[in-house]
Design a protein around this ligand. Structure first.
Ligand SMILES: O[C@H]1[C@H](O)[C@@H](O)[C@H](O)[C@@H](O)[C@H]1O
Ligand SMILES: [Fe+2]
Ligand SMILES: [Fe+2]
Length: 346
């Protein structure tokens, strides 16, 4: 298995489904997750209803849960302003909270439930494993994708006391850019009218402070678990391919990846990476289920994925390290730094 991928090659979905084998149109219900079973099937067949008996991401459904989700978006839309995001980026950019491994952090999500999500009210460690297990089945060789799924929502630890105990509106929910007009494609768009940026003439035009094609890297996106995890990955020197980092950073940016809004801000690299995000999104969304993953059962696989190269280092020892350090620092990175160091600064 290749473990060091500079940038994974994009394979059209039908191609990738070949490994599912059988030439049948039958659907397989697997822990609530429906997979298409034919190699000829180019179209991903997603489950039609979530575990509450509603359509996925139906923000207008009549239910108690939907009322609290709407209240969540009211608060989020009012409070996430350009200045707020700027302050959060500065504050959390210091990475002075704690030091812990990826798996330790996953376990903290046992305590976290996402109030913005109409499709899942299970502890978030379940969501990490449900999405990672689902994507692993269809893409068995793309270990960077398994790891990306495992960590994509880890930033939700921001809700916990040792990470600053931010309110839900500052951690979860769909994301959107600040510094330009709020697009109608955002769910519950009406609540933006009470956002301090709404009437700011610098911010309320289509491009606002940005230029067309400037690249999402240069855009201030609402603060939350996506940007925080991206920052942690980046600052800890993660060697995940750029598509993995893109998925982590923009997976909640539904107005863009689902509705096609704000695409004028993307550059060429963003467009390439978006193809992988589209694939990832199906697993992120449709794996949400009441059928829980047995954490202890799958733990060895994910722990070994996180630790992969440390084992390599231990077996070859310092002699090789000594030689390689002198050959080139790049080679050192290539052979010894897996996607993440053992302990991360958060
Ligand atoms: O409610 C959900 C949840 O917070 C997810 O983690 C996020 O990625 C989605 O965009 C959002 O709709
Ligand atoms: Fe998320
Ligand atoms: Fe997710």
């Amino acid at each position: 298995m290749t473990i060091l991928v500079a940038q994974p090659e994009f394979v059209a979905q039908g191609e990738n489904l070949k490994n599912l084998g059988e030439e049948t149109n039958e659907l397989v219900l697997d822990g609530g997750f429906v997979l298409p079973k034919t190699a000829a099937d180019d179209v991903f067949l997603a489950p039609e209803i979530n575990s509450f008996g509603k359509a996925f991401r139906d923000y207008n459904a009549e239910s108690e849960r939907q009322k609290s989700v709407e209240e969540f978006y009211r608060l989020q839309h009012i409070n996430q302003s350009y200045d707020f995001v700027k302050r959060m980026r500065e504050k959390y950019g210091k990475l002075d909270k704690v030091e812990m491994s990826i798996w330790e952090c996953c376990e903290l999500l046992n305590e976290v439930v996402d109030e913005s999500d109409p499709d899942l009210d299970e502890p978030q460690i379940q969501h990490l494993l449900q999405s990672a297990e689902a994507i692993r089945k269809d893409y068995p060789d793309e270990d960077w994708l398994h790891l990306t799924a495992l960590i994509h929502d880890l930033g939700k630890v921001l809700l916990l006391p040792s990470f600053g105990e931010l309110p839900q509106w500052a951690v979860v929910g769909d994301t959107f850019p600040l510094g330009c007009a709020f697009d109608k494609a955002n769910v519950h768009h009406k609540y933006f009218k009470d956002n301090p940026d709404f009437n700011n003439p610098d911010y309320n035009t289509k491009n606002g402070i940005y230029t067309e094609g400037c690249g999402l890297d240069n855009v201030m996106i609402s603060w939350g678990h996506d940007d925080y995890m991206y920052l942690v990955a980046k600052e800890n020197g993660s060697t995940l391919p750029s598509a993995g980092l893109f998925i982590i950073r923009y997976h909640s940016f539904y107005p863009l990846h689902k509705e096609g809004a704000y695409t004028h801000l993307m550059n060429e690299e963003d467009k390439e990476n978006l193809k992988w995000l589209h694939i990832f999104n199906k697993y992120d969304l449709y794996s949400k289920s009441k059928v829980l993953v047995d954490v202890e059962k799958v733990k060895p696989y994910y722990v070994s994925l996180i630790e992969k190269v440390s084992a390599f280092l231990a077996s070859f020892g310092y002699v090789i390290l000594y030689i390689l350090v002198f050959v080139s620092l790049k080679l050192y990175n290539f052979f010894f730094l897996q996607y993440f160091p053992a302990k991360l600064r958060w």
